[in-house]
Design a binder for this molecule. Structure first.
Ligand code: COA
Ligand code: ZN
Length: 329
C-alpha cells in the first residue's frame, strides 16, 4: 500500500483521549499564585469542552510548590461533570491521603526513570519511590484509580540517555502491582519520533488492562511530531496542557507541555476524533495570558484555526487587471 494510504488507514476510526494537565503541570512552575476561584472557574470551563480527563491540582508540599497550596479547596469546590475523570498528582503517601480525602477519581503518582531527577523532584531514591508508590496503590484500592507517571522516560536532563529496559521494568512492576494506568513522560522534551516508535514497539500488549498514556513537552518543537509517532504505534491517550503551559520545576530547561488546543486542532483537521470542542478550548486558552500574567506558547489561539478565512487585499482586482494586461503585450 502507498505510504499515504497506509497512514490514512492507521488513522481511520481512531478515538484519541486527552488529559488536560494545565492546572497541575501548567501552574506548578508559575511564580504567580493564581487565585483559587480562578482555578476553579477554569476547571469548570474545561469540564464543558468534552475532555475525558482533567488533572486538577497537586497534593504536594506547599513549601515545594506554593502555586498549588490550595489543592483541597480546588478539588472540593469544582463542579464535577459526569463522564469527566478528575485527577490529582501526589508525590508521596501524605499527598495520596490528602487526595483520597478529597475523593479524587484518580491519583497520579510520579517517579522518574533516572535517579538524579527522582531525588531532585521527590527527595527519594528510585528504590524508595518504588516502595512508596506500591504502598499507595494498595492504600487507594477501591477508593480511586491510580496512574503512575514515569518522568524522564525518554531521557534525563542531568543523566542523559535512559534505557528503554529501565522504563519497561518500572512499568512491569507497577502493572503487576495493580496500577490502572501508566504514563510515559518526556519531562524536558528530549524525545524524537523515532525514539517514541522504538519505545512503543516494546509496549505492544505488554501491560494488558493498563491504560497507556504519553506525555510530551514541546521544549524542542518535537511535541506534536511525537504524538504522530505514538498514534502510528497505536497509542491513543495523551497528556497536553491548555495554552501549552507547564514544566517541571525540578528539571533544568523545562518548558511547556504540548498544547491541548493545538493537538485537538491538528487531530480535527486530520479527521481523528477526540470528542473535544476546539472552539470552547480556544475560549479557555484566551483567558490564560491574563490569568498567568504572561504570553502562552499555543499557536492556534494566535493564528486562528486553519479553516479561518481572511478578506483578500483591497486592491485584488487591480492586481488581477495588471496581471492580465501583461499577458496581452
Ligand atoms: N503535602 C503536604 N505537605 C507535605 C507533603 C504533602 N504531600 N509532603 C511533605 N510535606 C511537608 C512535610 O510535612 C514537611 O513539612 P515541615 O517542613 O513543615 O515539617 C515538608 O513538607 C518536608 O517534608 P519531607 O518529607 O522532608 O519531604 P522533602 O523535603 O524531602 O520533600 C516532597 C519531598 C515530595 C514533599 C517535595 O519534594 C515535593 O513536594 N516535591 C514536588 C514534586 C512535584 O510535584 N514535582 C512536579 C511534578 S512532576
Ligand atoms: Zn510534564
Amino acid at each position: 500500500m502507498a505510504a499515504g494510504k497506509h497512514f490514512a488507514a492507521l488513522m481511520s476510526d481512531r478515538r484519541v483521549h486527552i488529559n488536560d494537565v494545565a492546572m497541575r503541570d501548567g501552574l506548578q512552575i508559575e511564580a504567580v499564585f493564581v487565585p483559587t476561584e480562578q482555578k476553579i472557574a477554569m476547571v469548570n470551563a474545561l469540564s464543558q469542552t468534552g475532555l475525558s480527563k482533567i488533572e486538577v491540582t497537586s497534593f504536594t508540599s506547599p513549601k515545594a510548590i506554593p502555586a498549588l497550596r490550595d489543592a483541597e479547596q480546588v478539588m472540593m469546590e469544582i463542579a464535577r461533570v459526569p463522564g469527566v475523570r478528575y485527577v490529582a498528582l501526589a508525590p508521596n503517601m501524605r499527598g495520596a491521603q490528602r487526595a483520597l480525602e478529597c475523593r479524587v477519581d484518580e491519583i497520579n503518582l510520579v517517579m522518574s526513570a533516572s535517579e538524579t531527577h527522582n531525588l531532585a523532584n521527590t527527595g527519594m531514591t528510585l528504590a524508595q519511590s518504588r516502595k512508596v508508590l506500591t504502598d499507595i496503590i494498595r492504600e487507594a484500592r477501591g477508593r480511586a484509580a491510580v496512574n503512575i507517571s514515569i518522568s524522564t522516560a525518554f531521557g534525563c536532563p542531568m543523566e542523559g540517555h535512559v534505557a528503554p529496559e529501565t522504563v519497561y521494568a518500572l512499568g512491569d512492576w507497577f502493572a503487576s502491582q495493580g496500577a490502572d494506568g501508566i504514563t510515559l513522560c518526556d519531562t524536558t522534551g528530549m524525545a524524537n519520533p523515532m525514539q517514541v516508535a522504538e519505545l512503543a514497539d516494546g509496549l505492544d500488549q505488554r501491560w494488558p488492562g493498563v491504560e497507556l498514556t504519553l506525555h510530551f513537552h514541546n521544549t524542542r518543537g518535537m511535541g506534536l511530531a511525537n504524538v504522530i509517532a505514538g498514534l502510528i504505534a497505536g497509542i491513543d491517550r495523551y497528556d497536553a496542557s491548555l495554552g501549552g503551559v507547564g514544566g517541571c520545576p525540578y528539571a533544568p530547561g523545562a518548558t511547556g507541555n504540548i498544547c491541548t488546543e493545538d493537538l485537538v486542532h491538528m487531530l480535527d483537521t486530520m479527521g481523528v476524533a477526540t470528542g473535544v470542542d476546539v472552539d470552547r478550548l480556544l475560549v479557555c486558552a484566551a483567558r490564560l495570558p491574563a490569568m498567568l500574567v504572561h504570553d502562552i506558547p499555543g499557536a492556534v489561539v494566535r493564528a486562528g484555526k486553519s479553516d479561518s478565512r481572511y478578506p483578500p487585499p483591497a486592491n485584488i482586482e487591480a492586481i488581477r487587471a495588471r496581471a492580465l494586461a501583461r499577458e496581452t503585450v
